[in-house]
Design a binder for this molecule. Sequence first.
Ligand code: CA
Length: 221
Amino acid sequence: MRVLLVEDDDRLASALVTALARHGHTVTRAGQAVDALRLAGGADFVLLDLGLPDMDGLDLLRRLRRVSAVPVIVVTARTEERDVLRGLRSGADDYLVKPFRTAELMARMEAVVRRGTRPRPTRDDVVCVGDVRIDLGARRVTVAGEPVTLTRREFDLLAMLAREPGVVRGREEILDEVWGDPLLSASRSLDVHVANLRAKTGRPGLVETLRGTGYRLGSTA
Ligand code: CA
């Protein structure tokens, strides 16, 4: 792939360029946001450092998203949930926190490409993950053709994730939408509901936990 690496740290950039080239990628590096915007049109994939000298990386990402659907992985030294979530909501496909291993980066890039840009299902669609079938309109879930009985909240939680496959939803966001209460009072209940969904479907990978960040619809493989 033609990878655009947006990174102002020379040492890290040169290490990444070497690693990406070793994996068969052609790498262009931009050390500033202004160059990144100019070069993004020719890229199949963008790796974006959030801490840039001339513009906040999230602002750059939002500008880029107005003109391009190119896959983006945000690379950040920021570990706060709020920043990571803002990144994902601003249009990043995934994120990595520095320092990370090259193998981890390559795996994440492959996963993003494999996932592709899928159209988002509407309220009445059926979302399938492996042998799990989630009927959003009829509010029914089957696993390998067998119906699974979920409580209203368990279904609402699963449906929220299923409506946007691959998108990470934060704990606060989930508590707000499903429980109508973004406060931590229901936080333990969220953990229990996630555990119930995994146990009742017998598909522990169906709801994927992103530590410190939130949840997303996973896979059953
Ligand atoms: Ca930086």
